[in-house]
Design a protein around this ligand. Structure first.
Ligand code: FCX
Length: 441
């Protein structure tokens, strides 16, 4: 069977040709004007970045090389397809799709799973670094530090210092990316063990298991099919959300300086650790549990409304709601909610039921409040309550799981950046005085 590297090598010439043609035919074509409001408003809506894996439509949500989440669920190989139990998308299948634009066969995914298992063990220097972190250091800070430390063994950094040709950059970038994705579960599991004392302290890897089958086992859920398959689904559909979000953009920006994949992705994780981005899933659960404590288990719609207003009136955001691009309910939220509906252990859970009830009521309250451009739930509204129900109750750890996922989207773009020869990113900034002088001219 074909390796992932062979599959990427196959598409490189056509992608390079496509870029050449775009430059030749359209280099001077306009993609719209830049307004002062764009400069002052976090660059919303400006089409200024190339991102190959996925495109986000404000109404219909994310598509991965043209495939929606339900499309992907129909065609991408699952655990059952490769001989490990489970009916949800394997993150390996999504990684293959994002890197190549092609749907892999079950054999190709199985081969990739085996490659990842073979590369998953942590070097002992890294284990020592992770073990030296104080337990009180936030798991995301530990995660980003550990990922950056792997730059010690970067093939890209080594090849660059030896003078590798620019046309070959993508190959060690892909090697590093696969190596990093292979090691993320063991890094995340070791942090979990050190901070919370749960799971397997040695992060043993079973060569017959898929990436997340192994991760689930390492954090103590190897026998829980529901949790393992949920983790696969969550990690697969959460991987890529086009290029402008903080974590993806950071990986691309830092990578544009030819920092290797470990350094680039470590920077992305630090962006993911912000409460308006990845940390929202930690925030949502804390907020939902406080609501449950305040309103009790069988809260009425009125009680939930009151609680939402209390949050808004105290000047806080309702975590898990709103989005910088989306203007409809997030299809990732919908996919996770559907997963809950198919599983009795989740369907009957009071916290899952509360979160689902809030998702019906909050859009009305947020619309009446009148500030947010999107009153609907985003992915973070649903993700944490499922982990909680399955007994993973340490919510400062939740964003680490998001951090395993985002690598599957951000690293493929880094590979594309290298085979497309993308330049160092360097937008123009303005001071307020310079802006006024320009506008008054
Ligand atoms: N609750 C209350 N107010 C909200 C809100 C919410 N959930 N979402 C947006 N608003 C407010 C904003 O704070 C802003 O107020 P301001 O004018 O006083 O500054 C106003 O509505 C307009 O914001 P809007 O343009 O709709 O949203 P932005 O693009 O600026 O921000 C995020 C998007 C996602 C950051 C925002 O909706 C938010 O803070 N949501 C809550 C946190 C969250 O769930 N983040 C996760 C997002 C995502 F899925 C991810 O990255 O993981």
């Amino acid at each position: 069977t074909k390796s992932l590297k062979d599959a990427v090598a196959e598409i490189v010439p056509e992608k390079q040709e496509q870029l050449k043609k775009l430059k030749a035919d359209y280099a001077d074509a306009s993609l719209g004007e830049i307004k002062v409001s764009n400069l002052l408003g976090g660059m919303r809506g400006l089409k200024v970045m190339l991102w190959e894996g996925s495109v986000l439509d404000s109404e219909t949500g994310i598509t991965f090389h043209g495939k929606s989440i339900p499309d992907s669920q129909k065609v991408l190989p699952t655990g059952n397809d490769i001989g490990v139990k489970g009916s949800e998308i394997l993150p390996e299948s999504m990684l293959w799709l994002l890197l190549t634009g092609k749907v892999p066969t079950a054999e190709e995914v199985k081969g990739l799973s085996q490659e990842l298992a073979a590369k998953g063990k942590l070097p002992s220097y890294l284990e020592k670094i992770i073990d030296s972190f104080p337990k009180t250091l936030h798991p995301m800070t530990q995660f980003a530090n550990a990922v950056a430390s792997l730059n010690h063994d970067s093939k890209f950094a080594a090849a660059y210092s030896k003078g590798i040709k620019k046309t070959e950059y993508w190959q060690p970038t892909l090697d590093d990316s696969i190596d990093l994705i292979a090691k993320l579960p063991a890094i995340a599991a070791r942090i979990y063990y050190n901070v919370f004392g749960r799971g397997d302290g040695n992060q043993a890897i079973d060569s017959g298991l898929d990436l997340i089958g192994n991760y689930s086992k390492m954090i103590g859920y190897g026998d829980n099919e529901g949790m393992t398959d949920y983790l696969r689904l969550y990690i697969a559909i959460h991987g890529d959300h086009e290029g402008g979000n903080v974590s993806a953009h950071t990986a691309h920006l830092v990578g544009s300086a030819l920092s290797d994949p470990y350094l680039s992705y470590s920077a992305a994780l630090l962006g993911l650790a912000g409460p308006l981005h990845g940390l929202a899933n930690q925030e949502v659960l804390g907020w939902a549990l406080s609501m449950q404590e305040a309103v009790g288990e069988n809260a009425s719609d009125e009680q939930i409304k009151e609680y939402l207003w209390k949050t808004l009136k105290s000047g806080r955001v309702v975590p898990g709601y709103g989005h910088a691009v989306l203007r409809q309910p997030d299809p990732r939220f919908t996919a996770l909610s559907k997963f809950c509906d198919t599983r009795p252990e989740l369907r009957d859970s009071s916290i899952v039921q509360l979160v689902q009830k809030v998702s019906q009521i909050a859009p009305g309250v947020l619309t009446e409040h009148g500030k947010t451009k999107n009153p609907f739930p985003n992915v973070d509204a649903a993700s944490g309550c499922v982990l909680y129900q399955y007994g993973l109750k340490e919510f400062t750890y939740y964003t680490v799981i998001f951090g395993i996922s985002r690598a599957i989207g951000a690293l493929p773009q880094l590979v594309a950046d290298r085979y497309l020869g993308m330049p160092i990113e360097r937008p123009k900034s303005m001071s307020m005085n310079a802006l006024e002088a320009l506008l008054k001219k």
